[in-house]
Design a protein around this ligand. Structure first.
Ligand code: NIG
Ligand code: FE
Length: 420
């Protein structure tokens, strides 16, 4: 299948010959753009792109009259890479509005968790749900985020919390990889919370994760990455260290929940094990920035969760000004961020973390792709990358994307060359 998009008002996040794998520090303030552009897709991949001027005088001009080529006149609209949402928990059963009301009435996330709500509440429901039910619910969420512009998504386990149910979750994610056109990566998060029956013996649960779950998950090839919720009230730095060591031995690269509730040491232990990303990072100080600067780990901020839980936002400005790259993801989950809308995430990046539009666009495209290990195939407009694209509604400038918060600026989504 061949598709030609012409008269693109602005083609965003384009690569020159040498494609970048991520964008850091002050480079995040500039976004490569081709104005009045075309883009040509063949067999689901980006085959060529450039300015309309060059198109008219170049070898591709004949495509315009070729009946085998599907044509889209984008007049007034912009085209950009679809979002890469590198941190979600979209496989879950039911929802948790009841805790939302507790929260409105004044309970904190940790207080709700201590009452047996939170992750343990979702675990109970997930254990009772069948694979079919979980697939059906998750497919609905995938469809929803796709139409909001997401073209790649990472999905975690972590609502199973028994060997059987963790494997069930990961098998569901494996099935989603087959059923959904989106690019999906899966992460094993057995150490998401301590089940009630292990509350007095957390060490037993850590052992179960290390000695039973990790070998089985890796043995069945069910996960691309490993995660731990390394934070106050959940798993300590020392426990995280041992779990990651076991994961790495089984070929699972870490992607961590870190420093959301406290200076947990999560960032440092993530860096120690060469984590692909460390995520949340509300508690990031000088030492954490120093550790990240000496690493290849992508700091990933989840402003939806900080907003929903009313936490202090991570110091994004300070991190970028120190030369770090930043990714942003939705954290779509029933407890701390029941939304997978990456357009809203961009707005929160600008409004609450003082990032400029260019920076947030990098954070949800190429840097997001890096944070989920798909930067070679997605995240920017480059020859040979997958044609996972957004065609915007007519907009005055790309700053309109984060500016008009809460309204959907996506007109069409293209996944591997196909209009959705
Ligand atoms: O990323 N922080 C830990 N885990 C999830 C929340 C999961 C839940 O509350 O169900 C998060 O925010
Ligand atoms: Fe999360």
């Amino acid at each position: 299948m061949k598709t030609l998009i012409t008269n693109i008002k602005a083609l965003l996040q384009t690569e020159k010959e040498e494609a970048r794998n991520k964008v850091s520090g002050k480079n995040m303030a500039s976004l490569p753009v081709i104005e009045d552009a075309f883009l040509y897709i063949e067999e689901g991949l980006i085959k060529d792109f450039g300015s309309m001027k060059d198109f008219a005088s170049g070898p591709l001009a004949t495509l315009a009259g070729n009946p085998d080529v599907e044509k889209i006149d984008a007049e007034g609209r912009m085209v950009m890479p679809a979002f890469c949402d590198s941190h979600t928990h979209i496989v879950y059963a039911g929802s948790r509005e009841i805790e939302y009301i507790d929260k409105i009435r004044g309970l904190s996330y940790e207080e709700i968790a201590k009452k047996g709500g939170g992750i343990l509440n979702s675990a109970k429901r997930l254990q009772e749900a069948s694979e079919e039910e979980l697939i059906e619910q998750a497919m609905g969420r995938l469809e929803e985020i796709k139409m909001l512009g997401t073209g790649a998504v990472e999905i975690k386990s972590g609502y199973g919390l028994t060997t059987e149910s963790e494997l069930k979750m990961l098998r569901v994610i494996k099935k989603l990889k087959e059923l959904s056109p989106l690019t999906i990566k899966s992460t094993f998060l057995g150490a998401h919370a301590v089940p009630a029956e292990y509350k007095k013996n957390q060490e037993e649960y850590v052992k179960l994760v290390i000695e039973e779950m990790i070998p089985m998950v890796a043995g069945e090839g069910l996960a691309d990455y490993i995660d731990v919720f390394c934070d106050r009230g959940f798993f300590t730095q020392e426990e995280t260290d041992r779990i990651l060591m076991a994961g790495v031995k089984h070929g699972l690269q870490p992607k961590l929940h870190a420093n959301e509730l406290d200076y947990s040491g999560g960032i440092q232990v993530g860096v120690k094990y060469n984590a692909l990303s460390v995520d949340h990072l509300e508690f990031t100080g000088e030492e954490e920035i120093k550790a990240l600067k000496a690493s290849d780990t992508m700091p990933t901020l989840l402003p939806g969760a900080a907003f929903f839980l009313e936490l202090e936002f991570p110091p994004a400005r300070k991190m970028i000004d120190s030369g770090l790259p930043l990714a942003m993801a939705s954290d779509y989950n029933p407890g701390s961020s029941p939304s997978g809308n990456m357009q809203l995430i961009m707005s929160l990046g600008c409004i609450k973390m003082k990032m400029i539009p260019e920076e947030v666009i990098h954070a949800v495209t190429l840097n997001g792709a890096y944070a989920m290990g798909v930067d070679e195939e997605l995240g920017s407009i480059a020859h040979g990358k997958k044609a996972n694209l957004i065609i915007t509604k007519p907009i005055s400038s790309y700053a309109f994307l984060p500016y008009a918060y809460g309204s959907d600026k996506v007109e069409k989504v293209i996944i591997e060359g196909k209009i959705q």
